[in-house]
Design a protein around this ligand. Structure first.
Ligand SMILES: *Cc1c(COP(=O)(O)O)cnc(C)c1O
Length: 470
């Protein structure tokens, strides 16, 4: 959005808000709070300078971590609501943003195929949302262990620690997905009461086999929590026929006991926006508390009564609500087409990498994360890691056309079976990782690939051809 249009929209929004403020008698702000406008401008100019020390997350040439600026509608809505600063801890903290949160969260629940009786709310982050989900899961399956895959986000091991529950790490197959045979053993032998399925692992973007996990877990009476912090919004694309993403795991989200999704990842939101949803409203009993300070003004459960956190930005709810008005959660309108492009970008780059004799894919992308590594001869894990580092740095520091990627440490467990040529002189290998989460990445795939190829030719030794190795 152009700066002028942004400022004009903000100006109109603020004028509309001022009409509400004008209902109350004017008062003189206390002198202790006053700062000369010139000083504010000077400080902001200094801040903008300091902010130059960043990677260009807004630009398609930044194709590294899971990072991009929020959509302008989210920025504007956040700013506007922040002028009031409602607190979505309790209804008294801001009835308007509490209502907006209910509507926005209901849209998330509907996207996953949850019944309208679900319970859920926004959180400050995926970390808090997962901690809350596992806290509720512990209360629903007391005294039993929580299982998650070796590729699951580290918040699960940490949450188990905080909750005083035994965490069980289940190995993955060579695609980075939770291994079902291993899970079955743990369910039978380790009194596992809760299974965490990751729908879009943070490193590789892999989808755990959720339909099979649900079937196994149900046979053992286990609770199933889906950590879809990164991948959840791709459920939209799985509604399509044919689906451009693996549909089974994404469609099975509907049958999970709880789901976490991060609107501040693929939902166009600023940080401070995660969400947790529970299929069965009976979990409300876990939240019962007896605080004299948060008095209630409504008979039905409000957000403060079903939330681990207390104070939370009502502005975050306003931003998500406004964004969903412009980008409804639909497969072929609103958010869907954005995700479709990010997915197409990942497939297109993976195809180019697969056809290259300079690079190997770690796994085929299941969502919009591409992971690959330069081929070196001899293929020692340490030499591949070194070449990754060299290429990563050289790409980022190119004076004319910098490309920003990320790095990922991959365990031998995962890669050994896929690439038998690797000599394991260390337990892990560092690879390149690219989250193609901006729709503009699709138009840039050729450039990305050619730049990476050219840079590899410039800074890395020529790998021996497969024929020469044979
Ligand atoms: C990002 C992520 C988390 C942690 O969420 P934050 O919002 O960063 O706190 C947890 N699980 C998965 C799968 C994630 O991708």
């Amino acid at each position: 959005m152009e700066r002028d249009a942004f400022l004009a929209a903000l100006d109109e929004g603020m004028a509309a808000l001022a009409r509400w403020e004008a209902h109350w008698p004017s008062f003189t702000p206390d002198p202790t709070t006053q700062v000369p406008p010139a000083q504010i401008r000077a400080v902001l100019a200094e801040l903008a300078e300091r902010l130059h020390d960043n990677y260009p997350f807004f630009h398609p040439q930044y194709a590294g971590q899971m990072l991009k600026p929020p959509h302008p509608i989210a920025q504007l809505a956040y700013l506007l609501a922040m002028r009031i600063n409602p607190n979505n801890h309790a209804l008294d903290g801001g009835p308007a943003t509490a209502a907006l949160e209910r509507e926005a969260v209901a849209a998330l629940a509907q996207m996953f195929g949850y019944p309208p009786t679900f319970l859920g709310h926004l959180t400050s982050s995926g970390t808090i949302a997962n901690l809350e989900a596992l806290w509720v899961a512990r209360e629903m399956r007391p005294g039993r262990a929580i299982a998650y895959s070796s590729q699951a986000h580290y918040v699960h091991a940490r949450a188990c620690n905080i909750l005083g529950v035994q965490g069980v790490k289940v190995p993955c197959d060579s695609a980075g997905r939770l291994d079902l045979a291993a899970l079955e053993r743990h369910l039978a032998e380790d009194a596992v009461g809760v299974v965490v399925a990751t729908i879009g692992t943070t490193g590789l973007g892999a989808l755990d086999p959720l339909p099979e996990i649900l079937a196994l877990a149900r046979r053992h009476g286990a609770w199933v929590h889906a950590d879809a912090a990164y991948g959840g919004f791709f459920a939209l694309l799985a509604q399509q026929e044919p689906s451009p993403v693996p549909a089974g795991p994404l469609r099975a989200l509907a049958d999970c006991d709880s789901i976490v999704v991060d609107p501040h990842k693929h939902g166009l939101q600023p940080y401070g926006c995660g969400a947790v949803l529970f299929r069965d409203p009976a979990v409300a009993r876990v939240y019962r508390h007896d605080s004299p300070a948060t008095y209630f003004t409504a008979a039905d459960l409000h957000l403060g009564e079903i939330s681990l956190e207390c104070s939370r930005a009502g502005a975050a709810a306003a931003a998500l609500w406004a964004t969903l008005r412009c980008f409804p959660l639909q497969p072929d309108a609103g958010l869907g087409p954005i995700l479709a492009r990010t997915r197409a970008a990942a497939l297109a780059w993976a195809a180019r990498l697969q056809g290259s004799d300079r690079f190997r894919l770690v796994v085929g992308p299941e969502l919009d994360i591409v992971t690959f590594y330069p081929r070196v001869t001899p293929a020692r894990a340490s030499a591949i890691s070194k070449a990754t580092e060299v290429l990563f740095q050289a790409l980022m520091t190119d004076p004319a056309h910098p490309i920003y990627l990320a790095k990922l440490a991959v365990d031998r467990e995962l890669l050994a079976a896929r690439d038998p040529t690797i000599v394991w002189d260390q337990p892990r290998v560092t690879v390149l990782r690219s989250v193609l989460m901006k729709p503009e990445h699709l138009a840039l795939v050729e450039t990305l690939h050619e730049t990476v190829e050219r840079k590899a030719r410039a800074v890395l030794a020529e790998p021996a051809s497969d024929a020469a190795l044979a």
